[in-house]
Ligand binder design. Sequence first.
Ligand code: PGA
Ligand code: ZN
Length: 418
Amino acid sequence: MKITKILAREIYDSRGWPTVQCEIILNNQFSVKSSVPSGISKGPYEAIELRDGGKRLSGQGVLKAIENIELFLAPQFLSKEPNGLEMDMKILAADSTPDKSKLGANATLALSMALYKAQAFSENVELYELIAWVFGSETVSLPFPMFNLINGGLHSNNNLIIQEFMIVPIGLSNFRASMEVAVNVYHELQNILKKMNRNFAIGDEGGIACGIEDDLEALELLQKAIDTVVKNSGSKCVIALDISAERLYNASKKIYNWGGDKLSSEELMYVYLNLLEKYPIYSLEDPFASNDLESWAKLNKIADGKIQIVGDDIFATNMARIVKGLEQKAANATIVKPNQIGTITETLQTIKMCKEVGVNTIVSHRSGETEDNFIADLAVGASAGQIKAGGCARGERIAKYNRLLTIEDKLALHLLNT
Ligand code: PGA
Ligand code: ZN
C-alpha cells in the first residue's frame, strides 16, 4: 500500500490541552491515526515539545508542529510504501538537532508512530509484530504492569509529595490476572475511603487524588487495600513509587523541599531507607534530582539489585544519558517514554541497548494522554518487561491496558494454532 496523504491536526489531551494527531491515508482508502502525549513533570533533558506561544490556548497551541508535519516532513513520504525505520531516518535528517528543537518532538513522534502503524496495517501484521521484527526479536512478551492507584505531586492538587503510588501484582500467570488484582485493590481503596467518610476524586493518571492526608497515610491505606485483596485471592502485590524528585530540588542550596521540610540528600536517603524497611517497595523512580548523581549512586549501591532504582527525568529515554548514568552506577532501570526522544526508532534503540547491558526497561505513558494505545504494542513488541500506564480508571489509561488484554488473547490463540 502507498501513502496517499499525510494530515496533521490539533486535538486535545486528557487534561484539555492541545496535542498533535497525525493521520496517514493509504491507497486513498484506509487510514491510521496517532497522537502524542504530554508530560507535566518533565525533566530538563527531554526532547522539545513545540508549542505556539502567544495568547491562543494559553500559548499551548500546536499549529506550528502541525505545519512542520504537513509542509516539511510529509511531502517526502507521499506515494511511498510506509516504512517506520527508514522513514524515521529521514525525519531525523530533516530535524538534525539533538533535541528535535527544529521541528518539535510532538511533530516528529506523531508522524513516526503513524508511519509504524501504517506499515503494520499495509503489511497486514499486528503493530507489536512489526515492532518485534524491527527490534530483531523472534519472540514477544507481555510486560508486568505498574498500576498508579494514588496520584500526588504534580498529577493532583493535594498534599502528597510522592507523585505516583503504584502496585505491581506478582506471581500471577498472565496479564489478565494482574489486571484483576489491581482493579480489586483500586475498588477496595475506594471502599476504605468511603468508610472513613473521605471525599475523593480521580487524578491525572487515573488514581485517587484527594481524600488522603499525607504520604504515610497513602502508603498505609494502599497496604490495607492490598492486604484485604490478597487475603481473599491468594495473590501478592508489591509497591512501586515515583518520587519525581527533580521538582523538589534546590540545586544551589543542595536541598530537597519535602512538604516544607528542607532535607539534605542524606536526610532524604534516610526517608527512603525507612520506607523500604516498612513497606514492600520493590521500585523507586527518580529518588533524587538528575544533577545529584552521587546520591543516586549511593542508593543504587545500597539497593544492590534487590530494589529497582529507576531513572526517568535523569535519562529521558536518551541512550547517551543512560550510558553516562551507568558509568556512575546511578540506577539499574530506566523509564522509556517515546516523546522524551521523539521517534519510535530511537525509542527501540534505547530499549535494545538497555537490554544488552542489563538495565530494566519500563515503557511509560505521560500524565497528559490520549486514546492512542501505541505504548502497549511497544512494550510487547520490544519485550520491555514492564509498563506503567496509570490507574484503573480514565479511558486514556484503560485504553493501554485493554489493548494488552487483547494482545494477550491474540498471543494465546496464536499458540493454540501452532
Ligand atoms: P509526566 O510524569 O508524564 O507528568 O512528566 C510522569 C512521570 O514522572 O513518570
Ligand atoms: Zn517519573
